[in-house]
Structures are given as C-alpha cells and as structure tokens.
Design a protein around this ligand. Structure first.
Ligand code: TXA
Ligand code: MG
Length: 327
C-alpha cells in the first residue's frame, strides 16, 4: 500500500475523503499520533487491528470534533460527563461512557461502554470537522511498541499500512490521554495521563477510584498487554549506582533518561547519550521520542530515572514500568 503523506499546509479535504470512504488515516493529536478509521464502518475499523497487529479484545477510543458530535456514539450523556468535557476538552481526557447501540461492537471489542475524546491539536480538530464522522483511533504504533509522537515516528510505524499520514509536527504532551470511566460507581481512573487524578478529583469534588479499588475485573482491557517497548531493553531506577550499572551492563551501549541535574553517569563506558530534562513535563513529552532515537542510535539498554508518582509523574511512571523492569 502506498501511503499519502500530507504536509502541514496542504489541504486536508482529500485525506478526509479517504477516511470517509473506508480508509485508514494517521493524524496528529496533542498526546500521540492516532491511526483513524470511520467508527461507524465495521470493515474500516477492522483494518485498524490488522495494521497494528492489535488483539481484537482491546477496544478503541472514538475521537470527535465537539460535544455535539457525541450523539453518534452515546445515547445519553450523564451531567457529570458533560461537566468534565466542558472543563477539560478539547484536551487529553478520554471518558468511558455507556455506548449507543448504533456503534459497531468491533470498536468497543464487544463492551457495553465506549471511550470518547475531543483532541486539542488544531490539525486533529480540522481533520475531524472535515470528516464529520466519529473516528475510532488507537495510537498509531504497531502493537506493543512505543506510541509515535513525531511525524517521523508515525511514518516509520505506519508507512505502507495506512492510506494517509498527516504531518502535525511533534506532539506537545507525548503521553496518551487520561482514561476515566464515568458510571453509577462514580469516577474510575483506567489509565493515568496529563490530566491528573488530583485535578479531576479537585474539579469534580469526588473521589477518583483507581482500577481494582472499586472492582476486581480488568476495566481497561489494553492495560493488561505489554506496551511501549522499544528494541533496547528498558530499566528504571530512582538512584543511579554507577559502579553497579557499569558492572552489570559491561560492553552494552547505554542511553540514559533523567531529570536535571544528571546523576554521575558520565563516567560510564559506552554511553550513547544522556538526556536530562528540566521537568517531569519535558521528560514525559520526550519519553517515546527518546526511545525511538536511542533505537536509531543502536542502544542495547535504556536506563530511565524514576520520578515520584504524583500528578503527571503517575502517568510517566505507568509508561516506564510497562516498557521496562526495575534495576
Ligand atoms: O491519547 C490517546 O488516548 C491516543 C490518541 C490517539 O487519542 N489514543 C490511544 O489509544 O492511546 P489506545 O487504543 O492506544 O488506548 C486506548 C486505551 C486502551 O487502554 C483501551 O483498553 C482503553 O483505552 N479503552 C478503550 N475503550 C474502552 C472501554 N470501553 N472501556 C475501558 N477501556 C477502554
Ligand atoms: Mg496505544
């Protein structure tokens, strides 16, 4: 398959038509690039699973341009959900709500609920408005790999697998959206993201549950799979014991991710690069791109510094822990 590459100032209409006629289109969002199909077209949605190599029991997020468009996927929207959307959308918040019968069950992997999000990236909103349909889209990586956060990564993952790829530059946030279930049990955080548990709870005045606290079963099917793995092996640690690291990874090419000021890793042999970030925000925004760059540079090992699991740190550590193992 030939993938059309759409550059930043090019007319979006032809690519919107590709999606309307059942094709797959990769589009940028403020979190990560998504691999989109018409959510109301079962055959089109099935192609997403093939292109990604994604297990069929992992449901997709439906993207819409504005709250008005939610009618095509949800019959009734609880007042609480409206308030959350009004406060945090367009933005990195995905709400899991009771699904409409009209939505093909392949989108939700047979679940009675559907995940919905209004992304904030201007090119995503332009695309969704032009398409004028709900767009089912997982992150545009092949299953198990880090999500693409740059056009180059999106092309590397999906060229030849999607009909078109829209260039929207680098994704501002770099981690997938917060997934929050809204139902009679209250609010349950299914996947941490840039909108933190603390922010949601402050705004709603409600306790935000996490998985397992108010239910035993796996609520977000995707959370049970291996994720975000680059080719290099990822390890995480709070403190860098340089002597121990040097001994354990003798002759291995190493990339290091840490907060500034960097620990004394510069004395390690075979360093590919040390990326030290000024803030947890910068670290999160660059995580997947760093994985990609370290792979390109032939790193065998990536050492990632742990951060406290509060605010955005919870989302960052969630991804690092899935990508690797403790040192
Ligand atoms: O930032 C994002 O959310 C990106 C961009 C493209 O919007 N999308 C994304 O999609 O990360 P994906 O498919 O990689 O992750 C969707 C997550 C999975 O963990 C999935 O299991 C969960 O949302 N999910 C989707 N529908 C669900 C549902 N009905 N109930 C519970 N979890 C659901
Ligand atoms: Mg994903």
């Amino acid at each position: 398959m030939q993938s059309i590459l759409l550059h930043p100032n090019e007319n979006i209409a032809p690519v919107a038509e590709i999606l309307q006629s059942g094709g797959l289109v990769v589009f940028p969002t403020e979190t990560v690039y998504g691999l989109g199909a018409n959510a109301l077209n079962e055959e089109a949605v099935k192609k997403i699973f093939t292109a990604k190599g994604r297990p069929q029991d992992n449901p997709l997020i439906v993207h819409i341009a504005d709250l008005e468009a939610i009618k095509s996927v949800v019959d009734e929207i609880p007042e609480k959900a409206v308030r959350l959307f009004e406060r945090f959308s367009p933005g990195p918040l995905t709400l899991v709500l009771k699904k409409s019968k009209d939505l093909p069950s392949v989108v939700t992997a047979g679940l009675e609920s559907v995940a919905v999000r209004i992304p904030a990236h201007p090119r995503a909103l332009e695309f969704l408005s032009a398409v004028n349909l709900p767009v089912a889209a997982p992150s545009a990586n092949r299953s198990g790999r880090p999500s693409p956060t740059t056009f180059e990564m999106a092309v590397s993952e999906m060229k030849g697998r999607a009909d078109a790829i829209i260039d929207g530059g680098d994704c501002r946030l770099g981690l997938e959206s917060t997934v929050l279930k809204v139902d009679e049990k209250g609010l349950t955080l299914l996947r941490p993201g840039s909108i933190s548990r603390e922010e949601i709870s402050d705004f709603s005045g409600e306790r935000v549950w996490t998985r397992g606290e108010n239910s035993k079963k796996i609520e977000s099917p995707g959370m049970k799979y291996r994720h975000y793995r680059p080719k290099a092996e990822v390890f995480f640690t709070e403190k860098f014991d340089v002597m121990q690291i040097a001994k354990r990874f003798e002759n291995k090419k190493m990339g290091v991710l840490c907060l500034s000021p960097a620990p004394p890793v510069f004395i390690l042999p075979d360093l590919v690069e040390v990326l030290s970030f000024e803030s947890v925000e910068d670290y999160a925004a660059s995580l997947y791109k760093s994985f990609f760059d370290f792979d390109q540079k032939g790193a065998d090992i990536i050492l990632a510094q742990s951060v406290p699991e509060t605010g955005l740190g919870l989302a960052l550590m969630n991804r690092i822990k899935k990508a690797g193992t403790p040192l």
